[in-house]
Design a protein around this ligand. Sequence first.
Ligand code: GLV
Ligand code: MN
Ligand code: MN
Length: 414
Amino acid sequence: MLEHADEKRIENWIDGMNAFNSTPEFGTTRILFTEPELKNRVYVKEEMEKLGLQVTEDGIGNIFAVLKGSQPAMAPVWTGSHIDTVPNAGKFDGMAGVVCGMEALRLIKESGAPHKRNLAVVVYTSEEPTRFGLSCLGSRAMAGELKLEDAENLYDSEGKSLTQVLTELKYDLTEFPALRKQQGEVHAAVELHVEQNNRLEKGGETIGIVKKICAPSNYTVLVTGCQSHAGGTDMTDRRDAYAASCEMALLLEKLAKECRSEYNTATVGQVEVIPGAINVIPGLVRFSADIRDCNMETKQELIAAWKEGVEKIAGKRQVKVAITEENNDIPLTCDEEIVARLQKICEEKKLPFSFQISGPYHDTLFVGRFTKAAMLFVPSKNGISHSPEEWTDYAALAAGTDVLAQVLLELANE
Ligand code: GLV
Ligand code: MN
Ligand code: MN
């Protein structure tokens, strides 16, 4: 029988991590391999060691903290999440999954409950795309979808490649091919995460059991018009790259709203207008598109329709357009057996729950490529995330940890 998770311990760890922050005046910013993130790595590894876990780090900085089972040669069971953030974030997105994973392993260890398989808390490197423009670097590499040559071609805003940064930090690039996990190498994985939506709150539920995870497709769109004088060019005689981009963005929104998918989203989150002067018609615009869906077929349909529409808008407005695909990831359907186990545990513990589709992506999207995987959510206050306003009650994190610890223990005895 496992004890109830310790809320205070969870709070202390969350606050402990939050101390490593480059924007304490406004939320939390902890970007991959910057000083706060590196210091947080040291802190989290020390805390894991204090729990008696065996800590290692691989060639891309994924951290593993292992609690040994009685049959350590068997494939392990994983939990975990990430410690990097978007700019001016909250203190729960990612960290909750790491901290609750640590608490779950502590509960299992202290209960003395037998478990055959090793259990591990994994801190995946850079779930957020903040530094290199690509998400889930650590878990993507494990899924074989980020190879050494890809890492050589990923650059941050200062022009440094991922491989250059890893080398400077003394990570061993020769380990790269071995980052990839084969089927069977990991027995199962369950990630706890804050919901980042308000469905649980609205439904009065404590736990969300995730059935599907949306995957992002990301594009960079370059629109070239004609830079000219804002006052000296007739309204009928302009090739305004920004006005054309707006029409393209609005088309994307329209298509996303009309999409027949069970759940999908589309967002233009970055826009660069050049030259960016009040009295100059923009000649060049670069904007991003983030298109997500829990179904690959409907996502591809939407992307094709959008690309076709973008070409038409470009033709009508006499601008040139170039669309670069940054990534086009495949959604995940979570493992039915683990989902059923989570449901049974919530019922036994009399915790109100509902099934959810995750619009946000998570490392589990990639971990689910090489092992059976599922996720559980705990409520986000007002559904807010990627914001300093992000909040989840510690009691909810503790309840989520109880469910997590139980499912990990069961999976570790399969
Ligand atoms: C991850 O944070 C996402 O953008 O879903
Ligand atoms: Mn996030
Ligand atoms: Mn996250």
